[in-house]
Design a protein around this ligand. Structure first.
Ligand SMILES: *Cc1c(COP(=O)(O)O)cnc(C)c1O
Length: 400
């Protein structure tokens, strides 16, 4: 049996496709905000599976819900009803103040589904001529990895050499309300954007952008689709990042934390007048809304209903930002974000993002660079003040 970290890393490199460049750490156990590697070293997890682990690793209530469901019923397919699906849909709709839930598995599938729904709505409700629907997206976007989604990515690494690309997408600068309004035509079906761009480095648009985007959509009968897969479900201190702006979207895409860090669960939620365009057979997924997904998703909804995680993210998030802002001018160039979510631009004169990530690992904190000089801090929302202090101390040491 192989036990040392280097042996596992060698296996990954020999047998796994090389589509990631992981930090050299081999995790074998986790609990709450901490993970343990195969050599027994403990680390604070400041990435949280890109926000899939908002409730921490192995939250007892979520694990219990999954176990109970596994012991009863795992899969029916949607060819039949089951006793979890409808309850999950109702509970998620009531939590989010929406009317309908389309269940899928991964985030990319939720975005794909929202694109399909928006196009269908454009042809059947808005009256856009066949095959002319346009969707406006933002520069620097990240919405997943399918062929259609990477067709409108401007990140060469994600995009290049996968053509021919899906047409029908118009890119405008993120946070520029005038450019967005100018890009709208009579064929515009939707605006699809992240409320705060995650992969781009936790980019918060200027104040007032979202209200202006909402008004532009309203004035032109255009759907606003908020991709809250990373920003949603308490990450920023509210259920949705858009809630900070007092703006409602017509469709929201959810994923990541919706599966409690246990299984992939995603959804498109919205009004019946929009999602209702889908009729039997027109869209689907074998696993979408399967009983295990619904049982875990229902428990996630229950955890969010208490507001406890939103409150933790607000309070500890302001502490995290306060501590990070102390480092501006001392190795850090800029800090952005909201709640327990921060993009930290490193001083160009200092070490690279990768070097600082490696240093953090050596000092017991796991996070990952996004682009050359940006670190993303997104700890599980169960993190404590002391653990934030530990991470800041580790960051100072790693930048030095
Ligand atoms: C992660 C992410 C996705 C894609 O989710 P997958 O589950 O990896 O397919 C889509 N949109 C945003 C904003 C994301 O952060």
């Amino acid at each position: 049996m192989t036990t040392s970290a280097s042996a596992f890393i060698k296996l990954d490199e020999e047998w796994g496709a090389h589509n990631y460049h992981p930090l050299p750490v081999v995790i074998s156990e986790a609990d709450g905000a901490s993970v343990t590697d195969v050599e027994g070293n403990r680390y604070l997890d400041f990435l949280s599976g890109y926000s899939a682990l908002n409730f921490g690793h192995r939250h007892p209530a979520l694990i219990r819900a999954a176990h109970e469901q596994l012991d009863r019923l795992t899969l029916t397919s949607r060819a039949f009803h089951n006793d979890q699906f409808g309850l999950f849909c109702r509970e998620l709709a009531q939590l989010t103040g929406t009317e309908m839930v389309l269940t899928m598995n991964t985030g990319a599938e939720a975005v794909e589904s929202a694109i399909k729904v928006a196009r269908k709505w454009a042809y059947e409700v808005k009256g856009v001529p066949a095959d002319r629907a346009e969707i406006i997206v933002a520069a620097g976007n990240f919405h997943g990895r399918t062929t259609t989604i990477i067709s409108f990515s401007d990140d060469a690494v994600a995009h290049d050499n996968y053509g021919p690309y899906t047409p029908g997408f118009i890119t405008v600068p993120f946070g520029d309300a005038d450019a967005l309004r100018d890009a709208i035509t009579s064929n515009t079906a939707a605006v699809l954007m992240e409320p705060i761009q995650g992969e781009a480095g936790v980019i918060v648009p200027p104040a007032g952008f979202w209200a202006a985007a909402r008004a532009a959509c309203d004035d032109n009968n255009v759907l606003l689709i908020a991709d809250e897969i990373q920003s949603g479900l308490a990450r920023t201190g509210k259920l949705f990042a858009l809630d900070h702006e007092g703006v409602r979207a017509d469709l929201y895409t959810l994923g990541k934390a919706l599966g409690g860090g246990i299984i992939p669960v995603s959804a498109v939620i919205g009004r019946e007048s929009v999602l209702g365009v889908l009729k039997p057979g027109q869209h689907g997924s074998t696993f979408g809304g399967y009983p295990v997904a619904c049982a875990v998703g229902r428990k996630v909804v229950e955890l969010l209903e208490t507001g406890e995680f939103q409150q933790r993210s607000t309070e500890l998030g302001s502490y995290l930002h306060e501590r990070l802002n102390e480092l501006v001018g001392h190795g850090v160039a800029e800090v952005r974000g909201r709640g327990l979510w921060a993009g930290v631009d490193l001083d160009p004169a200092g070490k690279s993002g990768r070097e600082v990530s490696m240093g953090l690992r050596d000092n017991g904190v796991l996070c990952k660079e996004t682009h050359e000089r940006t670190l993303r801090f997104a700890p599980p929302l169960v993190i404590t003040r002391d653990e934030i202090d530990q991470a800041i101390e580790a960051l100072v040491k790693s930048m030095g």
